[in-house]
Each structure stands twice: as structure tokens, then as C-alpha cells.
Design a protein around this ligand. Structure first.
Ligand SMILES: CC(C)(COP(=O)(O)OP(=O)(O)OC[C@H]1O[C@@H](n2cnc3c(N)ncnc32)[C@H](O)[C@@H]1OP(=O)(O)O)[C@@H](O)C(=O)NCCC(=O)NCCS
Length: 216
């Protein structure tokens, strides 16, 4: 597939802030990602391009690598010479999501994918990661708010069993738009587990397998 998931790290903050700006241009103030790294309730996952899967993920053009040092290093890697891991260029991030764990709910606060990378299964991979994290945290359900006009995101959430539970009137301050509250059924039931496993298999068959590191 060429994409992986892992927890947000400090060095990712500039890239994630950039993706947030692109995915949620009217959001103000921006999410305090740096501060949230110390927030015990909040978790962020980032989606990154796994190097070497050439079909969907060409290596970054040398011209996009800022300093001559990085250019030299990247050439060496292409030639098969491996520098110590600490010196490798930062991973190219393509999406992120935020999840708050409260009582028995996993609350997805945002899912965003770079515009140029949409339609490749990354949003779906992020939802898979959220549900898997919810299992790890023993959450009962996964829930979120979404703009009533955001049919693309709603379609993604419906695919993973989120159903409309209610409306928050005027939830979005930029245009006073309503939010749909969408929530899964209990994720620990055999029914949900079975349909989630089927979706996971279908995603892997269609997009290839993914590396998913979810943290604790
Ligand atoms: C919503 C978003 C995260 C989807 O990410 P994505 O990587 O493009 O989505 P995927 O390729 O994984 O598609 C997964 C599902 O989403 C839905 N979807 C994706 N693109 C769609 C489109 N253009 N039209 C309708 N449904 C679409 C489909 O249900 C799709 O499943 P399918 O491939 O079986 O049809 C992305 O469009 C985005 O970042 N949008 C801006 C930010 C946003 O609105 N976030 C959600 C609100 S919190």
C-alpha cells in the first residue's frame, strides 16, 4: 500500500499543522499539537508514506529536500548505503487524526488528508486506526461530529458503522453550520467486530497491507 500509521511525534508538528490548514481552512485557533502531546486524554495518529513502495509513493524529488546535506544523504540511501536512523530525513506525512478518550467513548476530533493524496484509502486507514485504538483503550463506542454538508466524510464514517445520533445546532462558528453527531454501535459486540474485520480485509486487499503502530 505504501502508507503507515503511527503516533504523532514532536518533529511532526509543522507537517501536521500544514495538513490541518489544508483540510480545515476555517479552523481558528489551530490545534495546539505541541501542547496536546502532553495531554493524557488526547491522542494523535499520523499517516505517512512508507518509503520504497514506488507505485504510489515515489521518493521525494531531490529538489524538495531542503539542504545539500539531506540531498547527499538521500542519494546515498538510494544507492543502498544506510545512514544511522537518527539522520534519516523526516517522514512525509499525508494525513492525521485526533482522538480524545473520555470515560467509555473514543471521540474523533479531526481526520484530515492532504488534498493531493485523497481517494487513496488514507482516510479509511485513519478510521481503522481510530477503531483499533478504541479497542486498545476499551472504549465502548467511537463518536464524532461532522458538518451536515460534508457528504464525503459522512460516507466514510457510515462505511465504518457510524450512524446519525443527533444534531448540534450551529456547532461550527465560521458559518453557523449544524453538526451531525455520528456514533458506532458498541464496538465490542461480535457483530461490530466481524464487520470491522471484514472492512479491514477489504481495505488490505484493495490498498495493500499497512504498518500500524498505535502506541499505548
Ligand atoms: C474526508 C477525508 C478525510 C477522506 O479521506 P480520503 O483519504 O480521501 O478517503 P479514502 O480514500 O480513504 O475513502 C474512504 C471512503 O470515503 C468516502 N469518500 C472518499 N472520497 C469520496 C468522494 N470524493 N465522494 C464520496 N465519498 C468519498 C467513501 O466512502 C470512501 O470509501 P470507498 O472508497 O469504499 O468508496 C478527506 O476528504 C479530507 O481530509 N477532507 C477534508 C477534511 C475533512 O472534511 N475531514 C472530515 C471532517 S472531521
Amino acid at each position: 500500500m505504501g502508507y503507515g500509521l503511527r503516533p504523532l511525534e514532536l518533529q511532526d508538528v509543522p507537517q501536521v499543522a500544514e495538513i490541518e490548514k489544508e483540510a480545515f481552512p476555517t479552523l481558528w485557533p489551530p490545534t495546539p499539537f505541541r501542547r496536546d502531546l502532553h495531554n493524557r486524554l488526547a491522542r494523535y495518529l499520523v499517516a505517512w508514506e512508507v518509503p520504497g513502495s514506488q507505485a504510489q509513493n515515489p521518493a521525494p524529488a531531490l529538489s524538495t529536500l531542503a539542504s545539500p546535506f539531506w540531498r547527499r544523504l538521500f542519494r546515498n540511501e538510494r544507492a543502498g548505503f544506510r545512514e544511522p536512523a537518527a539522520q534519516t530525513p523526516p517522514q512525509h506525512l499525508v494525513g492525521y487524526e485526533g482522538i480524545w478518550f473520555m470515560v467509555d467513548e473514543a471521540h474523533i476530533t479531526a481526520v484530515g488528508v492532504r488534498e493531493s493524496q485523497r481517494g487513496r484509502g488514507i482516510g479509511e486507514l485513519l478510521i481503522i486506526g481510530a477503531v483499533e485504538m478504541a479497542y486498545l483503550q476499551r472504549s465502548r463506542v467511537v463518536t464524532l461530529e461532522v458538518r451536515v454538508s460534508n457528504h464525503v466524510a459522512q460516507s466514510l464514517y457510515r462505511k465504518y458503522g457510524f450512524k446519525e445520533e443527533g444534531v448540534r445546532k450551529g456547532y461550527y462558528v465560521d458559518n453557523n453550520e449544524d453538526a451531525l453527531i455520528m456514533t458506532t454501535s458498541a464496538i465490542n459486540t461480535p457483530d461490530y467486530r466481524e464487520s470491522f474485520q471484514a472492512l479491514l480485509r477489504a481495505h488490505e486487499e484493495r490498498r495493500g497491507s499497512s504498518q500500524r503502530i498505535l502506541g499505548s
